[in-house]
Each structure stands twice: as C-alpha cells, then as structure tokens.
Ligand binder design. Structure first.
Ligand code: ZN
Length: 237
C-alpha cells in the first residue's frame, strides 16, 4: 500500500491524456491489489451455459467501457498486445463487485472459456503493465487476483447453476505470469518507455477491425435470459 501522491506526479507526466478519460467513481488514495478479467464469460442461453466468442480489439472494447453507464475499467489488453488506459488509476472503476475500492482492473480480450489461448503478445503486454503497477504501488504477486477469486456468486441456468465469474479461466498461464512479474525489477520505469506506459484510448484512432456490435447485441439478449441479475451492483462483462 503506497500513497498515490508521488506516483500521480509521475503518472500525470507519463500519461497526460488520462485526464480526459471517463470516471465511474470517486477519487481514492490507495491501491492494494489488481484484478485480471477476460471480456468473455459464461452466460445462460436456452438452459445451457455458453461462452459467446469474443471479437474486437482494445480500442473497440475500451470504447465499449467508456460508453457504458455502469461498467468501468482501468486497462484493456487485446490479443495483439495493444494496451489502452481508461479510467485513471486514482479513481475507482466498477469492474468487480465488492472489490473495486482499492483495486485496479485489467480486461483481457479473450473468450474466457478455458480454451481460447492467450497469445504471447497479450501476456507480454500484461506482464509489462503488471510490473509497472507492482513497482508503483508495492503490490505483491499474491495480490494479483483473478476475478473468479474475488466473486463467488452463482447463477441459475435451467435446472442447474453455474459460477458467474470464472475469469480469467483455466487457459490463463498464472504460473508463467507470476514468475515473470516476480522477476520484475522494482525500479520505476523510465519516462518515454512506451512499452511500460499504455496509450490512453483517446489517442488511438486507426485500429478498427471487426466490430463487436453484433456480438454485444447477442450478449445483451442472453443476459436477459439468465436468472442472474445484471445491475449497477453486479458489474462485469
Ligand atoms: Zn471479470
């Protein structure tokens, strides 16, 4: 746990455009842990648990979070390793129920079904970001959590039930990531090191690929059929 004042002076220099990002919560003074998510996750459709495939890149998904009136996220990393910053680290993002106050949320573009692989580019980008966050806030490797570890809610689907949050799922290479982050130097990154400092979403304008719109419409329809409520107190894509 580290006071943010010193870090803010550095981060405002490194990430000046974060000031224009949307905020979904009040300012805070501490960051104590990190929650890793996947965009995809289980949903109930026709009494069966399904994992809708996830398309799109970091720009498209950050745009989704920025426009959403409930959800919020600090970072999105896509399969190519593009990392975009959203809500500033010194503000609460609504990404994990009951765990938002002192956490930083990172969304990975992935199906979250335990089968969709996490490309090396994506994991490398995640490790670089985790190393920087660990250094900035003195976060231990054990305080890098998966969403599934901090949310045990169950949902009904037909005659059975399923765990609502299983991300990042069994395909996520926890051991590889933890070993890489543990090996990180605790030295602060140098200014101008673009690998360690993700670009804010507002500065990216030419990454458009397949739009997630169609999938999002399908997801919203499946959400309506699940017995799990989706409300402002039940965030998480
Ligand atoms: Zn999640």
């Amino acid at each position: 746990m580290v006071r943010l004042a010193g870090f803010l002076a550095i981060s405002l220099f490194l990430l000046p455009a974060l000031a224009v990002a949307r905020s979904s919560g009040p300012a805070r003074s501490t960051v104590t842990f990190i929650v890793i998510h996947t965009i995809g996750g289980p949903s109930c459709q026709d009494s069966s648990v399904v994992y809708p495939p996830i398309k799109g890149d970091a720009k498209e998904w950050m745009d989704y979070f920025i426009k959403d009136e409930v959800l919020g996220i600090h970072y999105v990393i896509d399969r190519d390793g593009q990392t975009l910053a959203g809500i500033p680290e010194n503000q609460i993002a609504n990404h994990a129920k009951g765990s938002n106050a002192t956490s930083i949320g990172i969304e990975l573009v992935n199906d979250g079904d335990g089968s969709d692989p996490f490309p090396l580019e994506q994991i490398s980008a995640l490790v670089k970001l985790l190393c920087r966050l660990r250094s900035s806030y003195s976060i231990s490797v054990d305080d890098i959590k998966g969403h599934s570890e901090v949310d045990n809610r169950m949902c009904r689907c037909g005659s059975s039930s399923f765990k609502k949050k299983v991300d990042p799922g069994t395909a996520f290479p926890w051991q590889k990531v933890r070993e890489a982050v543990f090996a990180c130097s605790l030295a602060k990154p140098k200014a101008g090191n673009s690998d360690a400092n993700p670009r804010p979403s507002s500065s990216i304008g030419s990454l458009s690929r397949s739009k997630p719109g169609v999938w999002l419409q399908a997801l919203e329809s499946t959400r309506l059929r699940t017995s799990c409520p989706h409300s402002p107190t039940s965030p998480g894509p």
